[in-house]
Design a protein around this ligand. Structure first.
Ligand code: IDP
Length: 143
């Protein structure tokens, strides 16, 4: 018997949508073998971001992060598959795109533009608990 698939919340951030990389980012995730379960285009509110980035609200870079994340549309997706969190985190690469490994989404497609928030194209939940929490924030209709 196969274990039930894990889920992850993926966001193509505003720089990814603006640079027309949504298809490329989702293509890499699908090409790896994971499945899209839900998908939508949204302009996030500050309330959604405060919930999503609750661990960062007190950090000095938070105002810049909100400015970045509300600068345009975001594509939100629920992606499924066995060990999908590890798999997508590996595809995404490290937070800092300057040093993210070549071959990863951030390493291949993102760079530092000198802005106050690190623009790195994509978000992916870092563990099962975060994924459940973030999916409930971005897709309350699935609850
Ligand atoms: P992750 O997205 O790789 O999981 P987190 O540490 O959860 O990284 O940070 C969330 C997001 O906040 C990052 O993807 C990046 O856009 C931004 N960020 C993180 N650290 C900094 C920083 O030191 N300066 C500016 N922006 C940051």
């Amino acid at each position: 018997m196969t274990a039930s698939p894990s889920r992850i919340l993926i966001l193509v951030k505003p720089d990814g949508v603006r640079r027309r990389l949504t298809g490329e980012i989702l293509r890499r995730i699908e090409a790896k073998g994971y499945s899209l379960a839900s998908l939508k285009l949204v302009v996030p509110t500050e309330e959604v971001l405060a919930a999503h980035y609750a661990e960062h609200v007190e950090r000095p870079f938070y105002p810049g992060l909100v400015e970045y994340m509300t600068s345009g549309s975001v594509v939100a997706a629920v992606v499924e598959g066995h060990r999908v969190i590890e798999g997508c985190r590996s595809l995404m690469g490290a937070t800092d795109p300057t040093t993210a490994a070549p071959g990863t989404i951030r390493g291949d497609l993102a760079r530092d533009w000198g802005s106050s928030a690190i623009e790195n194209l994509v978000h992916g939940s870092d563990c099962e608990a975060s994924a459940a929490r973030e999916i409930a924030i971005w897709f309350p209709e699935l609850g």
